[in-house]
Design a protein around this ligand. Structure first.
Ligand code: AMP
Length: 412
C-alpha cells in the first residue's frame, strides 16, 4: 500500500509518499507560503525535482497541487489518487486524550480542536491539513499521529507541575512533551539495531534539532521528557529559551527592551514576552546572530564569545538532563543522539559525553566521527552511546498502515 504522510503548518504543507512494500520513499515535497505572495511547491521523486510557482490561496489548493504533481507525467509517481491507500497526518498536540495514533473521524477532529489552546500555532494548521486532504481525496482514510502520544506513559510525578492541582484537573495544565514520534522511533530502533529487547533497558534519547528535547525511556515506555505544556520548556533551542524561572516572564513584561537594548518605555503583554521566548531566544538570542548550530559552531571557532557561550549553555543543559534522567531511572544503559544536531554534530556529541565517564559513558573519538547509524562509545563502555537518524515519516506511515489494515497500532 502507498501511504501519503502530511505535515501541515500554518503556511506550509510537507508531504512524503511511501510505498509500504519495502518502506520506500517514492516522492516528497513542500508547499510553502500558502496564502502569501510568492507561494510555491518544491517536489522531488528520486533523481528528478521541480519547483512550481503559482498562487496557492489555502491548504485545499496546496493539497490539490500536491496531488497534481504526484500524478504529473514527468515528475509524478502515481497514475491516480486511488493508489494512495491512506494519509497519515502529523498532529502536534493530542492533550491527555490520545495515547496512540487514531483514524480520523468527527470525534478525533473535535478533540484536535479542543487542543487548539494547547497548541495554538500548530493544531489549527494540522486540522486544516486533515480537512484539505479529506476534501481532495474523498473516501481515503486519514490518520492522526500525535507528537504528544508517546509521552502519555509518564507517571504523574513526572508530568505534574507544582501549581494548584485544580489547574491540571480543570484545565489540563501539565507536562505533555513533544517529538514523541521521533522518541518512539529512535527508542525502538536503537534496540533493534543493538539486537536487544527494550524490556529492562534504561534509555536516554537526545533529539537535538532546531527544536530539542530529551526523554527517559524505561522498558520501552516514556518516563519523563524535557518539553512541557508547550515545546518551550527544557533545553536551549534554536530560537526558544528553554526552562527558566517563570518570574522572568513578569520581569521582562514590565521591563521590555528594544532590539538595540534600550528601554521600550512601557510594559508589554505576556503573549509578547512568550513570543520573544519562542522566536528570539535560544542560540539566536544568546549569539545575537543565528539560530543555526552550524553558524554558531563557525562563529565560536572564530572566537565569537556570545556563540561560545550559546554552545556552552546548550551542552551544559543536555548534560544536566542526562544526569537527572539517569538518577530518575536509577541508571542508564543507552544514550542515543538524533535529529539535525544530534546526527551531524560530532563535536557537540563529544562535548556532551565528555566528563560522563563517572557514570560509565566513554566515547570513542574515532567512532564518533561522521554521520550515520552507529555505536560511538568505546568497546566495554558500561553505557552504550549511539547515533540513530530519526525517521518520523516512516513511523507515521507505519501507524497509518496498521490502523487502516488492522484497526490497531502495533508497538513497532
Ligand atoms: P532539525 O530541526 O532536526 O532539522 O535540525 C536543525 C539543526 O541541525 C540546525 O541547528 C542545524 O545547524 C543542525 N544541522 C543540520 N545538518 C547539519 C550538519 N550537516 N552538520 C551540523 N549541523 C547540522
Amino acid at each position: 500500500m502507498k501511504i501519503l504522510v502530511v505535515n501541515a503548518g500554518s503556511s506550509s504543507l510537507k508531504y512524503q509518499l511511501i510505498d509500504m512494500d519495502g518502506e520506500k520513499e517514492l516522492a516528497k515535497g513542500l508547499v510553502e507560503r500558502i496564502g502569501i505572495e510568492g507561494s510555491r511547491l518544491k517536489h522531488s521523486a528520486g533523481e528528478k525535482s521541480t519547483v512550481v510557482e503559482e498562487a496557492i490561496p489555502d491548504h485545499e489548493a496546496a493539497a490539490q497541487l500536491m496531488l497534481k504533481i504526484l500524478q504529473d507525467p514527468e515528475y509524478g509517481v502515481i497514475r491516480s489518487t486511488d493508489e494512495i491507500g491512506a494519509v497519515g497526518h502529523r498532529v502536534l498536540h493530542g492533550g491527555n486524550k490520545f495515547t496512540a495514533s487514531m483514524l480520523v473521524n468527527a470525534d478525533v477532529k473535535a478533540a484536535i480542536r479542543e487542543c487548539f489552546p494547547l497548541g495554538p500555532l500548530h493544531n489549527p494548521a494540522n486540522l486544516m491539513g486533515i480537512e484539505a486532504c479529506e476534501k481532495v481525496m474523498k473516501g481515503t482514510p486519514q490518520v492522526a499521529v500525535f507528537d504528544t502520544a508517546f509521552h502519555q506513559t509518564m507517571p504523574p510525578k513526572a508530568y505534574m507541575y507544582g501549581v494548584p492541582k485544580m489547574y491540571e484537573e480543570k484545565l489540563h495544565v501539565r507536562r505533555y512533551g513533544f517529538h514523541g514520534t521521533s522518541h518512539r522511533y529512535v527508542s525502538r530502533w536503537v534496540c533493534e539495531f543493538l539486537g536487544i529487547s527494550p524490556i529492562g533497558k534504561k534509555i536516554i534519547i537526545c533529539h537535538l534539532g532546531n527544536g530539542s528535547s530529551l526523554s527517559a525511556v524505561m522498558d520501552g515506555k516514556c518516563q519523563d521528557t524535557s518539553m512541557g505544556l508547550t515545546p518551550l520548556e527544557g533545553l536551549l533551542m534554536g530560537t526558544r529559551c528553554g526552562s527558566c524561572d517563570p518570574a522572568v516572564v513578569q520581569f521582562m513584561a514590565n521591563n521590555p527592551l528594544k532590539e538595540d537594548g534600550t528601554p521600550l518605555g512601557h510594559p508589554i503583554s505576556v503573549d509578547e514576552v512568550l513570543n520573544i521566548m519562542n522566536k528570539k531566544s535560544g542560540l539566536l538570542g544568546i549569539s545575537g546572530k543565528s539560530s543555526d548550530c552550524r553558524d554558531i559552531d563557525d562563529l565560536a571557532a572564530a572566537g565569537d564569545e556570545n556563540a561560545i557561550l550559546a554552545q556552552e549553555m546548550l551542552v551544559y543543559g543536555i548534560k544536566k538532563y542526562i544526569g537527572s534522567y539517569a538518577a530518575a531511572m536509577g541508571g542508564v544503559d543507552i544514550i542515543c543522539f538524533t535529529a539535525g544536531i544530534g546526527e551531524n554534530n560530532d563535536a557537540l556529541r563529544a562535548k556532551v559525553i565528555e566528563g560522563l565517564e563517572f557514570m560509565g559513558a566513554e566515547l570513542d573519538p574515532e567512532k564518533n566521527k561522521g554521520r550515520g547509524e552507529k555505536v560511538i562509545s568505546k568497546d566495554g563502555s558500561k553505557v552504550t552511546v549511539c547515533v540513530i537518524p530519526t525517521n518520523e515519516e516512516i513511523m507515521i506511515a507505519r501507524d497509518t498502515l496498521d490502523l487502516v489494515t488492522t484497526g490497531k497500532v502495533r508497538d513497532h
